[in-house]
Each structure stands twice: as C-alpha cells, then as structure tokens.
Design a binder for this molecule. Structure first.
Ligand code: SAM
Length: 261
C-alpha cells in the first residue's frame, strides 16, 4: 500500500509543481475530496488517471480503494492534504497498516498569508479552524490572547465577521492582524491593520480567508512584586539582590538602582 499526498493549487492553476503532476500521472488512481474540482485540474493538465472520491465521510472506503489501486495519490479540495482536511487521517490510517506515505511539498494557504502579513514569522502557531462554539472556543480564544508567537487561523466566510468581533473582544481592538482573502485568485487582497479595524472592514465577507494575528505583547515586569519577593521575603540585599533582579529580566541599570535603594 502506497499513499502519495499531492498538494494542489489554492486558486491559480499554475501553482502546481512538475513533480505533483508526475505523481498524479504515475499513480494507479487519484483519490480526491472533491472530484469535480480535481477534474478541472486534471483536464487542464491532460491527466487521465482514474479518479475516485474519498472525503471525510467516506474514509471507510479506503480499504476497498487500496485493494483495487495499491499506489494511490490523494488530493484534497485545495492546498496540502493533511492541513485542516482529511489528509492526516488517511496518512495515519495507511501508516497504521504498515503502508508507505510520501508527502510532496507544494501550495497551502497559510504560508503565503503568514509571509505576506508583515508579522513575525520566526515563530508561529498554526491553529487551523477555531472550535465553533461554547467553552472550548472561549478557552482557545483566551489561550491565543496569551500566545507569544504569531497565530494563523483559517475561517469560513460566513463565520469571519463573528470571529473577528470575538477576537477583538478577547485580544483587544489594538492587536495587529492581517486578513488574507482569496489568495492567488483574481480578487486576492491582504488587509493589514488592527483587530478593531478588521472587524469593522469585513461586514459582508465573501471568499476564502486566513487570519494572521500578532503575538501577545510582552508583559512589563512588575518591579514592586520582584522587590517584595527577593528583598522582603527572601531577604536578599546588595549584590545578591542586584543579581536576582538581573536574572528576572530587569535591565542592568534598573536592577542596580533598585538594589541600591
Ligand atoms: N489543505 C488546505 C491548505 O493546505 O491550506 C486547507 C483546507 S481547509 C478545508 C480550507 C481553508 O483554507 C479555507 O476555509 C481558508 O481558510 C483556507 N484557504 C484555502 N484556500 C484559500 C485561498 N485561496 N485564500 C485564502 N484562504 C484559503
């Protein structure tokens, strides 16, 4: 059993690699989340490999499909299979049965959104879709509010307005955000501003969206609390107090001034 996860364009049909096209041609069959959408791509590139449907609701057909087509290419609606779609479940299913899984690099929505956002990219957290409601959603939003890495979210057009409003409430209206819309398509745009402005701007959203949130600003150090702990409770003074304040993150001149006081 051999599964090849093949990334497909997220809009622009030119965003497909030569290797992806070859993998689609060489497989015994292509399993696709949405056969109609995949058919457009295959027709565009003249690929005639048999096409079968395999989505979130039909994963129980995987066994029968592999029996008939032991070398299967898998493509999802768009982008990289396994990123917020059934690709990862299928990969785990194949690995659990001793099969071979190969993932090709290629298009995905969150990378261009993150990179075009202008926000820090050195450390980021991909959160995919938020839980839809209830306590789980609330807790996730609160965790995101404290996150010190850039956060990337996927959102559907009919939930975008509500999500931006809730993000503004929990993270604060001033938190910087980028909202990437319809990437690689005709109406591609990247809005960059604050959450307050984004919530105002996307009143009647259409298309596909990625939300990129700036990291939580670093908390200022509470000098009084540090002094209470090191000086009053631990009894440190002079050089020792200076060392402890420095280790806690205070700038050298500030630690020195407080230790002398
Ligand atoms: N596997 C895909 C990937 O690699 O990005 C993601 C699949 S997930 C079911 C679909 C979500 O991806 C959309 O709701 C949207 O948040 C995001 N997305 C996909 N295509 C996009 C595009 N062209 N522009 C902006 N966001 C897109």
């Amino acid at each position: 059993m051999r599964l090849v996860l093949v990334p497909t364009p997220i809009g622009n049909l030119e965003d497909v690699t030569l290797r992806a096209l070859r993998a689609l041609k060489e497989a015994d069959a292509i399993a696709a989340e949405d056969t109609r959408r995949t058919r457009t791509l295959l027709d565009h590139y003249g690929i005639e490999t048999p096409l079968v449907r395999l989505d979130q609701h039909t994963l129980d057909r995987a066994e029968a499909i592999f029996e008939k087509y032991p070398h299967l290419a898998y493509v999802t609606d768009a982008g990289t299979p396994g990123i917020s779609d059934p690709g990862s479940e299928l990969a785990a299913w194949v690995l659990a049965r001793g099969g071979e899984v190969t993932a090709l690099p290629g298009p995905t929505a969150f990378v261009p959104a993150l990179v075009a956002s202008g926000l820090p990219t050195a450390r980021f957290a991909f959160e995919g879709f938020l839980p839809k409601k209830g306590r789980e959603r609330r807790e996730r939003l609160e965790r995101i509010a404290r996150e010190d890495r850039t956060v990337v979210l996927y959102e559907s057009p009919h939930r975008l307005k509500k999500t931006l409003k809730e993000l503004a409430e929990v993270l604060g209206e001033d938190r910087k955000v980028a909202v990437a819309r319809e990437l690689t398509k005709r109406h591609e745009e990247v809005f960059r501003g604050t959450l307050g402005e984004a919530a105002e701007r996307f009143q009647n959203p259409r298309g596909e969206f990625v939300i990129v949130l700036a990291p939580a600003p670093p908390k200022p150090l509470d000098e009084e609390a540090l002094l209470r702990r090191f000086r009053d409770e631990m009894g440190l003074s002079g050089r020792e107090l200076f060392g402890a304040l420095l280790a806690a993150g205070l700038p050298k001149n500030r630690a020195y001034a407080l230790a002398l006081k």
